[in-house]
Design a protein around this ligand. Sequence first.
Ligand SMILES: [Zn+2]
Length: 428
Amino acid sequence: MRTLIKGGELINPAGGYHQIADLLMEDGKIVRIGHLPEEIQAADHVIDAAGLLVVPGLIDIHVHFREPGYPDKETIASGSLAAAAGGFTSVVCMPNTKPAIDTAETLTSVLEEGRKSAVVHVYSSAAITRGIQGEQLTDMEALFHAGAVTFTDDGRTVVDSSIIYEAFVTAARLGVPISSHCEDHRLVTAGAINRGEISRRLGDPGISPLGEELMIARDLLLAEETGARLHIQHVSTARGVQLIREAKRRGVHVTAEGAPHHFSITDEKVLEFGALAKVNPPLRTAQDVEAVASGLADGTLDVIATDHAPHTAAEKRLPLAQAPFGMVGLETCVGLTFTHLVHTGKLSVDAAVAKLTIEPAQIMSLPGGTLSEGANADVTLIDPNKEWVVEPEAFHSKSTNCPFAGMKLRGKAVATFVSGQCVYKEAR
Ligand SMILES: [Zn+2]
């Protein structure tokens, strides 16, 4: 079947392409891009994309799909539906499942489940240490050959310097990035939210920004020393952004991500949403929110990644101190990015699209992230001006834990194609 996406605003950051054009898909591939002649326009299926952006399928390199172990929160199938609804065609799963993704067998089963039940491409990271306990390295080589695209103990930091040094050396040899959740667990032993005025008001011990910054500094030195590629996850503090900016200037092989909640909202949301606004690293101050946005704007932060972290309603009803960290993010990412970065003039639309497509693809060596003739037809249509109100009950994710309920956003993914198949379409 031939599907024509007609008259949209095509943006392909990898090729510096941005103009009104048609895109023809056939047998799962992009076959033509440009102003196509009448006879080609008689495709089997024509989609009028006037007023819409036509971009490469979005790629999220930081999601928690909770399989194996926690199917009540999310499954690979349900997570993939949430991804498709958010405009994503590829995701990278985190390994803090039960059991953790720390053996080739578990990794293979996750990737197989992805091929079997997901509507998007599912890739996976693997754990740096067995059981994410920080004590014994996994067989990184075997995991790499089984398909791990990066190594991370996400949710925790490997605190022992001798173990993490060995991991960096191995990653350098394999040419695979280490993805680092930066948090010094010896400094940050308690606390549910950012340490500051709000935590004091609520009587929470607070999570010090220093705990994150100490580990960012350490990992930058490890990358510099070993030559390994380092990817720093969900940077949340102004000083953390500055450390990465300085390291990039002196040539360290580091990339980093900003999460939509860290460039959109502050820890004041905890007053309104309680545990629904509990996330790790925590929501910080207005100055930090501004620094994350600036870091994305000047290229210090290369990608936007959601850290989609579903939890059941019962878990999130627990008191702030006991509720788990995390919020869902796949279905609000485009809206938050356009509302808080693009429409405010902080980030060009081309840069925003690059940070959701080609940049993450390159960091994790994934296929996709571009629109070109002969490429797999992973394509997302975005209405940059669609106004909508966040209703978590309408999410495709199994979970609704999100501090954006009721927020008015402008910009939404309205159709998603994976290998030429429509996996999501919004009623217009
Ligand atoms: Zn994390």
